[in-house]
Write a protein that binds this ligand. Structure first.
Ligand code: GLN
Ligand code: ZN
Length: 779
């Protein structure tokens, strides 16, 4: 058979199904409405559809085992039998409910039960494994948990089963495994003296067994993902790579390994990667195009290079002729049997199909590509590189025309925004007066008690609130009725806050669907989709806003709600905004200007809102930057540049107000040590942070730094339905007072209360106010 295309891979495709089929199948199973067989059947149906779709679209290296019921890192833990004791697994194949108990915890009831090992008596609930972000994506994985005497054993045949399943359907696939080094590095241990990497010797035999079975069943190639090769690595980790891959090469020499790296450049790990005895190496050439030249210069001639040229992390259509300009010389130099075409990383992180969005603006739609469209692009590239550009002339022309139209579009480029960006001065990002002086003026203006109490912004988004929003979105209730409903909710929340004696009130955010979407929908330059879901974790999917053009604010966004809420009370009402960095980090961002510039545009728009709130009379304005830390580059070398522009954007937003106006910010992540100077540079008058679960230890970073501004360390864990007693909060506060001066301290929960129920929030906040009062009496 003559080659009509270069090999084309996807490295993995979204699992969730175009209509969120996986979510619905999971939820139906979890709620007991359907059984395991139905869930597994739905999953198999999705896999079959994924394989068929890839084949139809011209993908030649179709992956298997990229599917997961919940998370591929969890799948790997199950595969190697790294199942903590509390889940009660005693060997043999791992029951579905044990898997889900690791993923979501279990209440100990029969359907959810993981822990029947108690035998009799009370069923016991178990907590889920910890969950954290997969590199710098918004995908969350279940953190592997290891013990000092950790044993590994093959406990799941999933990679082999799915390879065989595909084969039975007529697809020869390239199974995907999470590599052993990255897997261990993602894990942790309760025992701080255990370095998970030290377990590699125990782990490798299980991998060998899997690889052997794959080979025995006919697999020629496997894809092994080692994204940690783009991180800063120590020598021990590099040694682990050498150990693992030479072990594989010796044990199963006939099996070819495509070692995939993504989310950045190999950099100083390049020599390690090129020295491994693998048959192929995948490079992310979207995040790190510069590395291609170095790799070409140093890669052994026999190494198959998989060139990740289509953006797997973003939703923009590629300019295919421009990509071919780079690829053609590579193919000429290395030969078409040593090059593959791929997305930069698995397509897991992009929505499935643009064709499901008939409502999108047709111009914008022409500039976008979701996973299905990206596979099409890859196939065109693969064909052009073998048969020549003529063979796909029409597609290449369309692609270039779309790129040209996007570049020239007035929807994207707004001269007024450009002019404004050009006129930004350093003074605009600086409060006029230093904090100590501002604090004095604010104290005089605001007249708050010591240890002032407040909340982070949202109050429970009850069933009623959600129903009303859905009905309004469908047109089932009028704007006026919806508005009246929201006013009623707001009024009740304000009255209630007054009643229990909070010092600084919030309006409750009932009108907001989401803290980013709410603003994106009111700003120019953002678009929203109907079905463009991306997996965040397990069955939780998100639809990030699409930031496609220059950002401006046609009109005030929150001022009327603030004005209404303030009209109900004499207590100070905080203005409540989402900050520019968070809006940026939770969106799909345009790739035609630097992120820093897009962020500055948003900053200017929010700055206007801050100033409008101030003009309306707000004396306190909170600008949430929940996602500031999430934007940190994977390698330390990139941190400073990011933090510089992120902090500058926040300051641009917050510095246009008078000294008396108190700027608050809120951050809900819990690691400040390594970025405390950036936090201080934000110069917010008050910062509220999540601290309750760390027993205030997170304040150590602030103490060591001698952080001068005011701080509200969260005294109550809003992630749990549990109502904390007053004494627990006074205890936390005394821990806080060991670290932070009384005059700097505020009293508030860890985060917004939107996910809680009023029955939980009411007593908790009553207790919190009591705790602050006790402190005032004693101080
Ligand atoms: N103001 C927001 C709220 O209370 C903040 C949420 C967040 O930090 N994630 O809901
Ligand atoms: Zn928060």
């Amino acid at each position: 058979m003559s080659l009509l295309s270069l090999p084309v891979s996807t490295l993995g495709v979204p699992r969730i199904g175009p209509r969120r089929e996986l979510k619905f199948a999971l939820e139906s199973y979890w709620s007991g409405k359907s059984d395991a067989a139905a869930l597994l059947e739905a999953a198999a149906g999705l896999r079959a559809a994924h394989w068929a779709r890839q084949k139809a679209l011209g993908v030649t290296n179709i992956p298997s085992n990229d599917f997961s019921l919940y998370d591929h890192v969890l799948d790997t833990s199950v595969m190697v039998g790294a199942i903590p004791e509390i889940y009660g697994w005693t060997g043999g194949s791992v029951p579905l409910d044990t898997y889900f108990a690791m993923a979501r915890g279990s209440q100990g009831d029969s359907h959810d039960a993981a822990c029947s090992h108690g035998g009799h008596g009370e069923p016991r609930g178990v907590p889920a494994l910890e969950m954290t972000k997969w590199f710098d994506t918004n995908y969350h994985y279940m953190v592997p948990e290891f013990t000092k005497d950790q044993q590994f054993t093959l406990a799941s045949n999933k990679p082999v089963d799915e390879y065989r399943e595909a084969k039975a359907l007529g697809y020869e696939t390239r199974p995907v495994l999470l590599g052993p080094v990255t897997y261990l590095k993602l894990g942790k241990s309760k025992d701080p003296t255990l370095n998970p990497l030290s377990l590699i010797g125990n782990l490798l035999p299980v991998y060998i067994e899997v690889l052997r079975r794959l080979a025995a069943n006919g697999a020629d190639w496997v894809q092994i993902d080692e994204p940690c090769l783009v991180l800063d690595l120590d020598e021990a980790t590099r040694d682990a790579f050498r150990q693992a891959y030479s072990f594989f090469a010796h044990a199963i020499p006939q099996l070819k390994i495509m070692l995939t790296t993504y989310f950045g450049e190999l950099g100083d790990n390049l020599d390690v990667a090129l020295g491994l005895p693998v048959a192929g190496l995948h490079l992310d050439l979207v995040r790190a195009p510069e590395q291609l030249d170095t790799v070409l210069a140093r890669a052994p001639q026999g190494l198959v290079l998989s060139l990740g040229v289509i953006d797997g992390r973003n939703i923009w259509r590629a300019n295919l002729p421009a990509i071919l300009d780079h690829l053609e010389p590579v193919v000429a130099r290395r030969g078409s049997d040593h090059v593959e075409i791929a997305p930069s990383c698995s397509l897991l992180h992009v929505p499935i199909d643009l064709d499901l969005e008939p409502g999108l603006d047709p111009d914008l739609k022409e500039w976008l590509a979701f996973s299905v469209q990206k596979m099409g692009e890859l196939a065109v590239l693969g064909k052009a590189l073998v048969e020549g550009r003529e063979a796909v002339m029409q597609q290449l022309t369309d692609s270039a025309v779309a790129a040209g139209r996007r570049e020239a579009s007035e929807k994207v480029h707004d001269a007024a925004v450009a002019a404004r960006i050009a006129s930004v001065t350093p003074e605009m990002a600086r409060r006029a007066t230093p904090f100590t002086e501002r604090a004095r003026l604010q104290r005089a203006a605001l007249n708050l008690p010591s240890f002032p109490t407040t909340t982070i912004g949202s109050f429970p988004q009850t069933e009623d609130v959600r129903k009303a929003r859905a009905a309004h979105a469908k047109g089932a209730i009028s704007d006026a009725d919806y508005e009246a409903f929201l006013r009623k909710e707001t009024e009740a929340a304000v009255r209630w806050q007054e009643e229990i004696g909070l010092d600084v009130l919030v309006h409750g955010e009932f009108e907001r669907n989401d803290m980013v979407q709410y603003f994106g929908e009111q700003l120019s330059g953002f678009a929203f989709t109907k079905h463009a879901w991306v997996q965040s974790y397990g069955s939780r999917y998100v639809r990030p806003p699409i930031l496609f053009g220059d950002v401006s604010r046609p009109q005030p966004m929150t001022v009327e709600w603030w004005r209404y809420a303030q009209s109900l009370t004499k207590k100070p009402m905080k203005g409540m905004l989402t900050g520019p960095v968070t809006i940026l980090n939770w969106s799909f961002v345009r790739d035609d200007i630097p992120r820093s510039v897009a962020c500055r545009q948003i900053a200017l728009a929010i700055r206007d809102e801050v100033q409008d709130l101030e003009a309306a009379g707000a004396g306190m304005i909170q600008i949430d930057e929940a996602a500031l830390r999430e934007g940190l580059p994977l390698r330390k070398a990139g941190w400073k540049a990011y933090l510089d522009w992120a902090v500058e954007s926040f300051r641009l937003t917050s510095s246009g107000v008078s000294d008396e106006t108190q700027i608050h910010t809120h951050m809900c992540y819990s690691e400040f040590n390594d970025i405390i100077d950036a936090i201080a540079a934000m110069d917010a008058d008050v910062i509220s942070i999540e601290t309750s679960r760390s027993k205030m230890e997170l304040l150590d970073a602030f103490r060591t730094f001698k952080y001068p501004n005011e701080i509200g360390p969260g005294v109550y864990d809003i992630h749990s339905p549990r109502v904390p007693e007053t004494v627990e909060m006074t205890q936390l506060l005394s821990l806080a007072r060991e670290r932070i001066a009384d005059g700097q301290l505020w009293v508030n929960p860890d985060c917004g209360l939107k996910t809680r129920k009023w029955e939980e929030v009411r007593p908790a906040l009553v207790n919190m106010v009591a705790a602050a009062r006790q402190l005032r009496l004693a101080a």
